[in-house]
Design a protein around this ligand. Structure first.
Ligand SMILES: Cc1cc2nc3c(=O)[nH]c(=O)nc-3n(C[C@H](O)[C@H](O)[C@H](O)COP(=O)(O)O)c2cc1C
Length: 476
């Protein structure tokens, strides 16, 4: 059994030389700005903040945990990979295997663990250094790299999702669960039944926890089982004293409580994953926290969104690309070479697939499914299909293909009233009464019916380039 111990993983990251210690930073904007500027580096280290202004030594915040190929491969228990290309290759096919194996690894309840070192019955969440991440945020966010645990009203389905958590006062937080997210669906059912909604919020654990709670694990499946399939052993969980909801036994900080029916609180605004503050303050369910469990000298995981690249855009690009690849294969699209969900679109809004064309209509089929499959539909604005000679993760190559292999009047399909979001920055300009969005499928493949006459690429052949590289080593 695995208690999802963050400290064991941090030890590994320290050995890899990818952990930087930062002392004396202020929770008030400094943690956010330092983390944001750090993540723009080529290979950003993880940052462990300690001696945070106004807080006791030992009360720490970890950021940039998932933003390098080495760290992400270690979190996913893959052989360690130094480059993003090797990581994507190592990950290929794995999500489908994990999904298939998940049922064999249900979480296992244990009586105790490090998470229970301290229990607050007189709740005071101000004890923890929740950052004010961005200048225009509506408040301090205690939960970003977190996992929110909920239970279905009528079944024993436990869901674990990453939803942002705003600290409101000593014992209240607001939970922003977008419509359609599984935690939101659970909440709506309790609300309709007029029942208090039990919630547990995990604010720090092995980052595998929030990595998986932040991606689209299938409806009805528990993320702990999926994590168990990655680990090859069940997650060891403790059941909360008042809700019975499970949290990893080595969790750093856990909030437990209820959302009373119709307890809606002012929440936000908050800088978002696509790089904007898409709205003003809104309403979100308010959690009354009745218990806090925490380890000695707890470490909160922060994963603040912002204009990409941001804290989690790299990990989302890698994970969502792998999931989209699997979804296309599962839908029967043949000859998929690679998929890339670009960080510039927050790994949602600008996705590219490369295929080896085999039949008329193949490229449109790939583009429409990329745009509409379960993993991809939410906020997928542009879906681009390119030939197999184009690297879908290289924007320069992708846009070259768009510029030279597409005829806009026939090669751009528009889907009206697709799945959008109230968080879409364009929402202000849309004419709809609900969060729809139009979607473009750009077919940037050589036209199938003229593929044999299509002009050859004016570029030195691979063989010639290899020869030149070998001969002119000092130049290349
Ligand atoms: C760091 C981070 C923060 C996120 N914040 C939110 C959020 O505030 N609200 C939301 O609905 N989804 C948020 N997401 C996206 C969801 O976690 C993601 O869609 C996930 O699939 C939700 O779980 P579910 O599929 O079980 O509903 C966030 C993801 C990450 C990685």
């Amino acid at each position: 059994m695995n208690p999802l111990d963050l400290r064991a993983w941090l030890g590994q990251v320290e050995t890899l030389g990818e952990l930087k210690h930062v002392r004396g930073a202020d929770w008030n904007l400094e943690l956010g700005a330092i983390s944001e500027m750090n993540v723009k580096k080529e290979l950003p280290p993880a940052l462990l903040f300690d001696e945070i202004k106004g807080y006791p030594k030992g009360y720490r915040v970890l950021t940039c945990s998932t933003s390098s190929p080495l760290r992400l491969s270690s979190i996913l228990r893959l052989p360690l990979q130094k480059t993003h290309r090797d990581l994507v290759e190592a990950l290929r096919g794995k999500p489908a295997q994990w999904k298939a194996a998940a049922a064999k690894f249900p979480a296992a309840a244990v009586a105790g663990g490090p998470a229970l070192e301290h229990t607050q019955k007189q709740v005071d969440i101000d004890k923890f250094p929740s950052p004010l991440w961005h200048e225009m945020d509506g408040g301090r966010y205690i939960g970003t790299g977190c996992s929110v645990v909920t239970r279905d009203l009528d079944t024993d389905w436990i869901n674990v999702g990453t939803y942002r958590v705003q600290a409101l006062d000593k014992n209240h937080v607001a939970l922003d669960m977008v419509a359609g997210k599984h935690g939101r669906i659970h909440y709506e059912r309790y609300k309709a039944a007029g029942k208090p909604f039990p919630v547990v919020i995990v604010l720090g654990a092995d980052p595998l926890g929030y990595l998986i709670s932040g991606i689209e694990v299938p409806f009805g499946m528990c993320e702990y089982s999926y994590i168990g399939a990655i680990l090859g052993e069940p997650v060891a969980v403790i059941e909360g004293q008042i809700t019975g909801l499970p949290f990893p036994a080595a969790s750093e900080i856990v909030l437990e409580g209820f959302i009373a029916p119709n307890d809606e609180r002012t929440e936000g605004p908050f800088g978002e994953f696509h790089g904007y503050y898409p709205g003003k303050a809104g309403k979100a369910p308010g959690v009354t926290v009745e218990r806090v469990y925490h380890r000695t000298d707890p470490i909160m995981i922060g994963s603040p969104p912002a204009k990409p690249p941001n804290d989690y855009s790299y990990s989302k690009a890698v994970m969502r690309s792998a999931l989209l690849h699997d979804a296309l294969v599962a839908a029967g699209v043949s000859e998929i070479k690679a998929v890339w969900a670009h960080e510039i679109g927050g790994a949602r809004m600008f996705n590219v697939v490369s295929i080896k064309q085999r039949y008329a209509g193949h490229s449109r089929q790939a583009g429409h499914i990329l745009s509409q499959c379960g993993v991809g539909a939410y906020m997928s604005r542009y879906s681009v299909v390119v030939d197999e000679d184009i690297d879908p993760s290289n924007l320069q190559e992708v846009m070259w293909a768009v510029a030279t292999r597409s005829d806009p009047s026939v090669d751009i399909d528009i889907i009206q009233r697709g799945m959008g979001s109230k968080n879409d920055p364009m929402f202000v300009a849309y004419p709809y009464d609900a969060p729809f969005s139009s979607k473009a499928i750009i077919d940037a493949c050589r036209p199938w019916d003229h593929i044999d006459e299509f002009p050859p690429v004016a570029e030195a052949s691979r063989e010639l380039q290899d020869k030149i590289r070998a001969k002119w080593k000092e130049l290349f």
